[in-house]
Design a protein around this ligand. Structure first.
Ligand SMILES: [Zn+2]
Length: 203
């Protein structure tokens, strides 16, 4: 797909959109701030959250071929969306494995030989249902395991791993991969004994 169709949050990390409806889950994760790269939180307030959502829904509509729901973000919704982002990130990283149930408010319809869903209500509740359903669908089709967050703790950018063996860990090898590998090799050099010095005894 054309990178111009990729939603604002994912495009600012120079990443391609995850396939199908999963793109909206990726876009939620990539709305987070990255202070080290001066990247702001797109869910900081309701105005920026609405702009984030409109952009994410355009990509979702483009990729799913379905009409995006109209969702209006209210005053209290930005904080709820940040919470949603945290728990979805925990699902992707495996850190949220605590069995917490998350309610779903949606209508499933069968029409023209096709099953579709529509989130109920408005604001953060509707966004949460959309995100939860797309995450669930992707977990069943096997695409969810390829949606990953960058191993660099200062980054956490969400990318779709299209590598043949699915072992990619960095959102960008040049920035996050190289920076951390360089730091690790410097640390190893610092801790390795100089020539002529006795190596530290290890238990
Ligand atoms: Zn990264």
């Amino acid at each position: 797909m054309n990178s111009d169709d990729t939603a604002q949050s994912t495009r600012r990390l120079r990443l391609a959109a995850a396939p199908g409806g999963l793109c909206v889950v990726q876009d939620l994760l990539n709305s987070a701030s990255m202070p080290a790269a001066s990247i702001p939180d797109l869910l900081a307030d309701e105005t920026s959250a609405q702009a984030w959502l409109d952009s994410a829904l355009r990509t979702w509509q483009e990729q799913t071929g379905r009409t995006a729901p109209r969702i209006t973000i209210g005053v209290d919704d930005a904080a709820a969306l940040r919470d949603l982002r945290s728990h979805v990130r925990g699902w992707i990283t495996g850190d949220a494995d605590d069995g917490t149930p998350h309610p779903l408010e949606a209508d499933i319809t069968f029409h023209d030989g096709r099953l579709t869903y529509a989130p109920r209500h408005d604001g953060a509740v509707a966004v949460a249902s959309l995100i939860h359903l797309e995450t669930l669908l992707a977990s069943h089709t096997g695409t969810l395991r390829r949606l990953k967050t960058c191993k660099n703790p200062a980054c956490g950018g969400a990318f779709y791993d299209r590598s043949r063996n699915g072992t990619r860990v960095w959102h960008d090898m040049k920035t996050c991969g190289n920076a951390l590998n360089l730091r690790a090799s410097r640390a190893r050099r610092r801790h390795s004994p100089l020539p002529g010095e006795a190596a530290e005894a290890t238990p």
